[in-house]
Design a protein around this ligand. Structure first.
Ligand SMILES: Nc1ncnc2c1ncn2[C@@H]1O[C@H](COP(=O)(O)OP(=O)(O)OP(=O)(O)O)[C@@H](O)[C@H]1O
Length: 452
């Protein structure tokens, strides 16, 4: 686990920062004085130091220059201390961050600092093989893409695969439930590709009637069919040189699949009503939330097209299976909506974190984003409280139980067991989740003779 030393004399602020970073899987040691900070640095090894510059009897700049080339240092400053911060950077600090900052800003500074190379090793970069150097650089850029936030074990492979496949011209099939971030993944791949100066065009294949699909793909000329009142450029032409993202590609009719396959094979299209062929150079990224392989087996999706679209596939896990991403995603959205709604909310209350962790997020990241936007709007104190969350989050157990197959007693038993599992068998928290008192929960456990 990455170990961070925070030197800050404002104890409550330091503790809040510590709590937030611990939640984001960092190991954090606090020091409130220069003396203790130096003692910690002598006794333990740290990957990063975050320090305030203005502590009584403390020369932060001296510490920065002592640690130069050994451990990256991020300095925290008041808003009027930019000159001091610049001095600190000249002395070797990696970066500075002005208070007040959002959790999101702090995370991205930490992330960048941890990925930075100490000055002493900078000269060695020539010896790093080209490939791995690119990999490191790309990895950093994915993490800082600003849109696509990935941080958990469950998404580590995904992140690596994005980095590897982005610079190629391979077609990529992105598979995941609605709201898991398929489109934002496609955009990231485009941004990381050599086509990033050219257009990224998204076409929602699920939303176009099959009669209009060919015109959406290839365009038409005025008068070629009823309704073609003017010439129209299709998505292939619009994306020429760049990337065409076909969302919900599994929804294309069989006839549209044939038209698409032909265009992909020949790399030429004709606008409807025109005889002239236009050469197109597009990279195809597509997305589906259904099992396209099963559709191929059933015969509703063409196998040849499936292979064309699926030179490489990326599986995006549902949010309920990547709870490790929750803290960083929540922090990202908190920062985003603080800025958008002009708020300065610092964190989520412990109760809110528990609810977030227990909920099954059927709408995935889109739902998390909406929940946080609403909460930020409604919050008037430092931390987001549970009363700003929509009701469906407060009663999650009901939604995960298959009602049809259970009797009322089985159902209640299942609810209790689920709630206990979700709260690590903490009965107070489980009672809260179930919206009953602890006493009632104990009674029900006894009544059903649950062996827990
Ligand atoms: N990893 C992520 N980091 C930051 N934001 C994300 C991430 N994943 C999704 N989002 C945000 O969640 C919302 C939904 O994402 P997106 O539209 O990419 O999902 P999708 O899987 O394509 O959904 P659908 O299948 O319904 O089209 C967007 O606002 C997107 O910016």
């Amino acid at each position: 686990m990455t170990k961070i030393l925070i030197i800050e004399d404002d104890t409550s602020f330091a503790q809040m920062l510590q709590k937030f970073l611990v939640r984001n899987s960092f190991d954090v040691v606090l020091s409130h004085t220069e003396l203790d900070g130096e003692k910690q640095l002598n006794e333990q090894s740290f990957q990063l130091v975050i320090t305030d510059l203005r502590l009584p009897d403390y020369d932060g700049i001296k510490l920065v220059s002592e640690l130069k080339g050994k451990i990256p240092v991020v300095v925290m400053t008041g808003y009027a201390e930019v000159t001091t911060a610049v001095r600190a950077m000249k002395m070797g600090a990696y970066d500075y961050i002005s208070k007040p900052f959002t959790p999101d800003q702090m995370l991205s500074v930490i992330d960048a600092a941890l990925n930075s190379k100490p000055v002493a090793t900078k000269e060695l970069t020539k010896e790093i093989p080209e490939n791995s150097k690119d990999k490191v650089a790309n990895k950093e850029r994915v993490a800082h893409a600003g849109e696509l936030v990935l941080n958990s074990q469950a998404t580590q492979k995904l992140e690596e695969h994005i980095v590897l496949v982005a610079p190629t011209d391979m077609s990529v099939l992105i598979i995941g439930e609605s709201g898991t971030g398929k489109e934002v993944t496609a955009k990231t791949i485009h941004q990381k590709s050599t086509r990033n100066e050219k257009p990224f065009v998204a076409l929602d294949c699920g939303a176009i009637p099959k009669e209009l699909a060919a015109s959406e793909f290839f365009g038409h000329i005025k008068g070629s069919f009823t309704g073609a009142v003017a010439d129209k450029i299709g998505s292939f032409e619009a994306a020429n040189g760049g990337t065409l993202f076909l969302d919900e590609v599994g929804n294309l009719s069989y006839e549209n699949q044939i038209q698409l396959l032909r265009a992909l094979q020949e790399r030429k299209i004709k606008r409807i009503g025109s005889n002239s062929e236009i050469q197109v150079d597009v990279r195809i990224l597509s997305a589906t939330n259904e099992d396209l392989k099963a559709a191929v087996e059933k015969g509703t999706f063409r196998e040849d097209l499936y292979h064309r679209l699926n030179e490489f596939s990326l599986q995006i896990p549902a949010l309920k299976n990547r709870h490790g991403d929750l803290p960083v995603l929540a922090a990202y959205f908190l920062g985003k909506f603080n800025e958008k709604l002009n708020k300065q909310i610092l964190d989520f209350s412990d109760e809110v974190w528990d609810i977030f962790k227990a909920y099954h997020w059927p709408g995935n990241i889109r739902e998390l984003q909406n929940v946080i936007q609403r909460a930020v709007l409604l919050t008037t104190v430092e931390k987001v409280q549970a009363n700003t969350l929509p009701s469906e989050l407060m009663n999650p157990v009901l939604e995960t139980v298959e009602l049809g197959s259970l009797s009322k007693a089985d159902f209640e038993k299942e609810q209790i067991i689920n709630a206990l599992k979700r709260t690590n068998y903490n009965k107070s928290k489980a009672a809260k989740l179930l919206q009953v008192t602890r006493k009632t929960l104990y009674n029900r456990i006894n009544y059903y003779d649950l062996d827990l």
